[in-house]
Design a protein around this ligand. Structure first.
Ligand SMILES: Cc1cc2nc3c(=O)[nH]c(=O)nc-3n(C[C@H](O)[C@H](O)[C@H](O)COP(=O)(O)OP(=O)(O)OC[C@H]3O[C@@H](n4cnc5c(N)ncnc54)[C@H](O)[C@@H]3O)c2cc1C
Length: 542
């Protein structure tokens, strides 16, 4: 490793990983133990969507299943837009990914000594490896213990990525033949200062951007920070218009991001309008499969009814099942609803669709490389092309591990470049102004209009309105960012408005309906499927 002259706030590592979800932890643990690794994470090491994943991880392991069947299922879900090479690569590396997770100590559910495989919507075979109904938690806990025990890995909690360090902008003596990423500036909330983390290799594992919408199943950390930072640094992003919405998230002022599993509909749950509208069942009017239609169809139908009647939510009724059945099949949902005063054995559950998964992200290749030398993106922050226009269930945790491995293979194959000192963070911009109230107001406004105008059903006019609001907000937020004291909220707001802009521009560029992008003005699907690739070099930055 090349020593770097450090200031009080400069750290030097061999590899910098931003994010402690499955993508980040897997990358850290797969790297050779002689490398010094830093993991930055927003609040605690447990942060992220990974620990919340319930279903499982897809891999071809059963007799009668085949790589080709898994590939075909992924391509069908992706509505013609999956990258075939990325899909093949992910599917063929899935069994090794599961093996590695088991070697790490993950205790998946077994049946007669073998991995128990479930089947999920869109999969033609049983191929979902799981740990009961809390797969993400089991995997995360196992890897967290491993990382804590690894002497070469240092975890920096409450450290928020601000921006990437770039050779042409931040190096004191630029000596590289081409632009490269030299690490990242991070805001340490505890010390209330921005620190420089310098490393020859930086891996963005910052997850998705569900928080750009009013309703989301994602944790608070999902503000698209890595996507926004890579974009600001000059990297292309792709397919940002494809946001997967889960049809049924609990609607209650005290419940944040609590999913009502699709299995509730599977067990006969019926979607109803509110009592004031006669508690009428509406799904049969939208699709012959009614409540059992695919999740994007159900989400679209709920959105339609909510907009048509001006509703805050609709209702999901499973009260025809016995209390014993509900206790046996849905103990967590029963208990959580009871805590909030909803007795699901007797009354319907208020639900709204919620932003669940960001299919697009930082454009990467099969080595997980982004456009900038020294920069990688892995997991939900990336766009490998695997998900195309719609993600197949249980392919996302898989992608985290497969592409963590790809990034690691690429990193170890390189001779690290010599590093040089970088500029310390410029603090001259900071004033004492306290504008928390305005920041909170802008957060709410952004998430509300993204929900109203860029949600499940889009129109040209709504997208135009959203673009207009984004331009106004962006100017205001940039002003805050230039003048005010940094806080996590301000950093997140700056990234959310960037990501909102990327989603709207991608949606405006697509003159068709495909997968998760549905436009009333362009309801047809074009014969040729093309990804939406936005290039920062093609547009002057404001
Ligand atoms: C409720 C739910 C259920 C799901 N179920 C499944 C399932 O069954 N199967 C499946 O395959 N997928 C599932 N998914 C999707 C899957 O969980 C995610 O796609 C996957 O976990 C993403 O992993 P990741 O490591 O990329 O990001 P995350 O796990 O979200 O981790 C992101 C990390 O980045 C950190 N971070 C973000 N911004 C910054 C910043 N500015 N500075 C520092 N750190 C930062 C966060 O603190 C966090 O540690 C589910 C998702 C949800 C929300």
């Amino acid at each position: 490793m090349n020593p770097i002259p450090t200031s009080a706030t400069t750290h030097a590592f061999d590899v910098l990983i931003v994010g402690s979800g499955l993508a980040g932890l897997a990358t850290a643990l797969l790297l050779p133990s002689h490398l010094r690794i830093a993991i930055l994470t927003k609040r605690t090491i447990e942060d992220g969507s990974s620990g919340w994943a319930q279903g499982g991880i897809a891999a071809v392991l059963a007799d009668g299943d085949s790589f080709q069947a898994h590939i075909d299922d992924t391509l069908v879900a992706g509505a013609g837009l999956c990258d075939l090479a990325a899909t093949r690569y992910t599917v063929e590396n899935a069994p090794a990914a599961i093996d590695w997770l088991r070697q790490m100590g993950t205790r998946f559910t077994l049946h007669e000594g073998e991995l128990h495989l479930t089947r999920e919507g869109g999969h033609s075979h049983r191929r979902i490896v799981h740990a009961a109904d809390a797969t993400g938690a089991a995997v995360q806990q196992t890897l967290i213990e491993r990382v804590r025990a690894a002497p070469n890995v240092q975890v920096f909690q409450s450290h928020n990525l601000v921006d990437l360090i770039l050779s042409d902008r931040h190096a004191l003596a630029p000596t590289w033949p081409s632009r490269r990423c030299l690490g990242a500036y991070a805001f340490d909330e505890s010390a209330d200062e921005v620190q420089a983390f310098v490393a020859p290799h930086t891996v963005l594992c910052t997850g998705g951007a569900g928080k750009v919408y009013l309703y989301t199943s994602n944790p608070d950390t999902a503000t698209g920070d890595g996507i926004a930072a890579a974009w600001r640094a000059g990297c292309r992003v792709a397919n940002m218009e494809f946001i997967q919405f889960h049809p049924t998230c609990l609607y209650h002022p005290k419940a944040k991001s609590f999913l009502i599993s699709e299995a509730v509909r599977g067990e006969g749950g019926r979607l109803l309008l509110p009592a004031a509208l006669g508690s009428r069942r509406f799904m049969p009017e939208h699709d012959p499969r009614a409540e059992l239609a695919p999740r994007d169809v159900v989400a679209r139908a709920i959105d339609f009814e909510m907009k048509k009647h001006g509703l805050d939510c609709v209702y999901l009724d499973i009260s025809h099942q016995s209390p014993a059945f509900l206790q046996q099949h849905f103990p967590t949902i029963l208990a959580r609803c009871a805590e909030l005063g909803i007795d699901i054995t007797r009354e319907p559950i208020p639900v709204v669709p919620a932003a669940h998964y960001t299919c697009g992200g930082v454009l990467t290749d099969l080595r997980a490389r982004a456009d900038l030398s020294g920069l990688y993106a892995v997991g939900e922050a990336s766009c490998t092309g695997l998900h195309g226009a719609n993600r197949l269930a249980s392919n996302s945790l898989l992608e985290c591990v497969v592409f963590a491995r790809a990034a690691v293979a690429d990193i170890v194959a390189q001779t690290p470049p010599a590093l040089a000192p970088v500029r310390p963070w410029d603090t001259s911009r900071v004033s004492d102004a306290d504008e928390q109230v305005v920041i909170a107001h802008n957060w709410d406004e952004l998430r509300r209009f993204m929900w109203d105008y860029v949600g499940i059903v889009r129109t040209d006019k709504r997208l135009e309105r959203a673009a207009h609001r984004i331009a106004l907000l962006r100017a205001e937020i940039q002003e805050f960012y230039r003048s005010f004291h940094l806080t996590r909220d301000l950093l997140e707001l700056r990234n959310l408005v960037e990501v909102a802009d990327l989603i709207v521009r991608s949606a405006q560029a697509r003159h068709e309906s495909r997968g998760l992008h549905y436009s009333l003005d362009h309801p047809h699907t074009l014969a040729e499927a093309r990804p939406t690739v936005l290039d920062p070099a093609a547009r002057p930055r404001v």
